[in-house]
Ligand binder design. Structure first.
Ligand SMILES: [Zn+2]
Length: 421
C-alpha cells in the first residue's frame, strides 16, 4: 500500500527548504513523492498517517557497514588482549567471522536491518565476511535485509588471509551473486590480498560493471606492508591493478594515505568512506579530508547503524584534524545518495522518508537546521520510516516482521556464536 503523510513539515534534503504539505508517496523502487492539496481527494487505498508537528525528510543510508559483527555486542573478551590494529583483527574479528554459520549470518543481517530501520536508514552498503560460510552468504544477507524492508549494496570480503582456496570461494560467491543482483566486489584490505587475487577481483568488477569495496590505509600497518611486499604504497598498487578505474569503487578509511595517494584518489573520482567512531575505537588515527576531493561519504563500520551519530562524530572528531563545518558534515552525511544515484543503483529513490518527532526547545527552520542536525537530532527521534514507498517502521515498531520473534532468534544465535569463540 502507498502512504500519505498528512500535515507534514517537509524538509527538502538538498535545499533544506521547509514546506507544509500533505505528501503522497508512490510505492516501488525509485518511486516519487507528490504534494497533495485537498485531503478530500486522497486516494483510498493508502496508509494515511497524520504527522502534524513532525518533521519529514529523506531517509538515511549507510555508506560502509559490517552486518556480520552484529552479534558481537556484549561478547566475551578475546583470549589474548590485542596490542595493536593487526591483533584486533586477529584476536577479535577474524575469530568471530570464522565462527559464523548460516543461521548466525541470517541473525546478524536481521539485527542490522532492524537497527538501520529504527535509526532511519533504508539503504545499506555492506562489506561481509564469514570464511566458513561463503557460498550463498550474500543471498542470506539480501533476503534478511529485504524481510525488514532495507535496500542494499552488498559484497563479500575476498581475502587471502585464510588461504587461496578461501579467496577463490570469495571470488565465486561474488560472481554468482552479481549475476542476479546489484553489488560490489569486496576485498578485505591490501595487506591480505595478493596480486593474483587482486587481479581476479578487478576482472570481476569489470565483467559485472561493478566496483571494488576495500579498506584502505586504516592503520599505518597497511602502508608499511605494501611498501615491504610490493614496493608501492597501497593506493598506487590498487591504481596500477585497475581497481580505481571504476567510479563505483569505495575506499574505506584512507587515514594514512600520503599526498600522492590523495591526488590519485581525487583524480580517479572514486569514493572514500569515513568512519570516525571506528577509528577512535581501534586507535588507528584521525581522518583528514584534505586533498581527497569531494567524494567523501560516511559509514558506521559495523559499530552501530545510526547515521546521525556518524555525522555528529565526523563533525566533533574532525575539529582538531579536519576541515569540517556544519554544512560539510551534512554534505558527507548525504553524499551516499549521490554515490547511489550517480551510479544508478536502485532502492534509494525519493520515496524513502523518515518522520522525526523532534521536541526542539527552540525554533527550527531552513536557516538553522544544521545546528539542530548536529547538536539536537538523534536516532531516538525517528518515529516512522518509509522505504520504497512502504511503511516499514510505524510508531518506532517494525511493520514487516515481528520484532520479538527476531530478537529471540538473534539472542539464540548470539549465544551459539559466543560458545564457539
Ligand atoms: Zn570496515
Amino acid at each position: 500500500m502507498s502512504v500519505i503523510l498528512k500535515n507534514a513539515h517537509y524538509i527538502d534534503w538538498k535545499t533544506l527548504s521547509f514546506t507544509r504539505a500533505h505528501l503522497f508517496i508512490e510505492k516501488g523502487k525509485n518511486g516519487k513523492i507528490h504534494f497533495l492539496d485537498d485531503p478530500e481527494k486522497f486516494p483510498l487505498d493508502a496508509d494515511i498517517l497524520d504527522v502534524q508537528g513532525k518533521l519529514v525528510t529523506k531517509a538515511f543510508a549507510v555508506g560502509h557497514h559490517h552486518a556480520y559483527s552484529a552479534l558481537s555486542r556484549g561478547m566475551p573478551a578475546p583470549r589474548k588482549a590485542p596490542r595493536n590494529f593487526y591483533e584486533i583483527l586477529k584476536y577479535i574479528w577474524w575469530s568471530l567471522d570464522k565462527a559464523l554459520d548460516k543461521d548466525m549470518v541470517e541473525a546478524s543481517a536481521l539485527a542490522t536491518a532492524m537497527a538501520c530501520a529504527k535509526a532511519g536508514a533504508t539503504f545499506v552498503i555492506d562489506h561481509h565476511a564469514s570464511p566458513n560460510f561463503i557460498a550463498g552468504s550474500l543471498n542470506v544477507l539480501s533476503e534478511a535485509f529485504e524481510k525488514v524492508g532495507i535496500s542494499h549494496l552488498l559484497c563479500y570480503e575476498i581475502s587471502d588471509r585464510d588461504g587461496l582456496d578461501k579467496a577463490q570461494q570469495g571470488l565465486d560467491e561474488t560472481a554468482s551473486y552479481l549475476e542476479h543482483h546489484q553489488g560490489l566486489v569486496g576485498l578485505h584490505a591490501a595487506f591480505t590480498v595478493g596480486n593474483d587475487t587482486l587481479k581476479q577481483a578487478v576482472e570481476l568488477a569489470g565483467k559485472y560493471h561493478a566496483g571494488i569495496h576495500i579498506h584502505v590505509a586504516e592503520d599505518l600497518f597497511d602502508e608499511k606492508d605494501s611498501l615491504k611486499k610490493y614496493h608501492q604504497r597501497v593506493v598506487q598498487r590498487l591504481y596500477s591493478a585497475g581497481a580505481l578505474a571504476f567510479k563505483k569503487t569505495i575506499l574505506a578509511h584512507c587515514l594514512h594515505v600520503d599526498n600522492t595517494e590523495r591526488e590519485i584518489i581525487k583524480n580517479s573520482r572514486v569514493w572514500v568512506v569515513q568512519n570516525t567512531e571506528s577509528n577512535l575505537n581501534n586507535s588507528v588515527g584521525f581522518f583528514r579530508s584534505r586533498g581527497l576531493g569531494e567524494h567523501i561519504m560516511l559509514g558506521t563500520d559495523g559499530m552501530h547503524s545510526d547515521m546521525i551519530r556518524s555525522a555528529q562524530a565526523a563533525y566533533f572528531g574532525g575539529q582538531p584534524f579536519d576541515d569540517i563545518d556544519f554544512s560539510e558534515a551534512y554534505r558527507r552525511f548525504r553524499n551516499v545518495h549521490k554515490y547511489l544515484n550517480d551510479n544508478e543503483f536502485i532502492g534509494d529513490g525519493e520515496n524513502n522518508l523518515v518522520v522525526l518527532d523532534y521536541d526542539s526547545p527552540t525554533e527550527i527552520n531552513a536557516d538553522n537546521f544544521l545546528g539542530h542536525f548536529l547538536f539536537g537530532l538523534r536516532a531516538g527521534h525517528v518515529e516512522h520510516v518509509i522505504s520504497d514507498g512502504e511503511l516499514i517502521v510505524k510508531d518506532r515498531k517494525l511493520k514487516k516482521i515481528n520484532e520479538e520473534d527476531v530478537l529471540a532468534f538473534t539472542r539464540e544465535q548470539g549465544r551459539r556464536l559466543w560458545e564457539k569463540l
